[in-house]
Design a protein around this ligand. Structure first.
Ligand code: ADP
Length: 205
């Protein structure tokens, strides 16, 4: 049991210990990008400062998809922590493209970074907003000494971003931070997303 009251599985010293398999790519002599299939709420790296990224909405008060899964796994303390993040506009705690950090409570990681991706058909420049969501998450992680970080496919669920375009932005933005993390992971929920991410990583790395 960790100090946040959760249960930290002690199964592995391999990064992404909560999930099996996956494929690695070199980002730099010291940095690795890893793709895995599965549930991001199970992801952690034993004995490290690690973070998962949540595809939240601007209110940061929970929702469906990966946001719902993260809140369920983290417990009600996460909602309480999110509600304490100051509003920058009425009802807006994290504008699209920005990021905020909280503790992770019952999740097996150190932190949750909440970011808001664009709604593909609504945002005027979704590629800019999606790049900013990844970039600001990575910046905030770096500021908090996170060494291992895992992303879901931000905006690729109800926000409707096509996998191909999204995966290229995700991989190329991770590449901008090639010296800043030991490992950057993408945890893809479907076979389809995993395959597309794999193609983009092979193409861009
Ligand atoms: P958005 O509103 O940003 O589109 P969604 O949560 O609807 O966010 O979907 C983002 C992506 O997260 C989708 O590809 C979805 O399949 C995936 N997803 C849903 N649940 C999980 C989970 N537990 N772990 C990892 N990815 C997940």
């Amino acid at each position: 049991v960790d100090d946040a009251g959760g249960t930290r599985p002690s199964v592995s010293t391999v990064a992404g210990g909560g999930l099996g398999g996956g494929e690695c790519f070199e980002l730099s002599p010291s940095g690795v990008l890893k793709l895995q299939k599965g549930d991001i709420t199970k992801w952690f790296v034993d004995g490290s400062t690690d973070a998962i990224v949540n595809a939240a909405d601007e209110q940061m008060l929970g929702g469906g998809g990966v946001d719902g899964a993260i809140h369920r796994a983290a417990g009600p303390e996460l909602l309480e922590a999110c509600s304490k993040v100051p509003e920058v506009l009425p009802g807006v705690r994290c504008p699209t493209g920005e990021a905020r950090i909280t503790q992770a409570f019952r999740l097996p990681v150190s932190h949750v970074i909440h970011t808001v991706g664009p709604i593909y058909d609504v945002d005027k420049h979704p590629e800019v907003s999606l790049g900013n969501a990844y970039r600001n998450s990575l910046r905030l992680a770096k500021e908090n000494n996170v060494q291992y970080i895992a992303f879901p496919a931000i905006s690729c669920g109800v926000y409707g971003y096509p996998y191909k375009e999204a995966s290229r932005i995700a991989v190329s933005t991770a590449k901008e931070f090639s010296n800043d993390f030991k490992e950057v992971h993408f945890v893809l929920f479907s076979d389809d997303a995993y395959k597309v991410w794999l193609d983009s990583a092979r193409e861009l790395l």
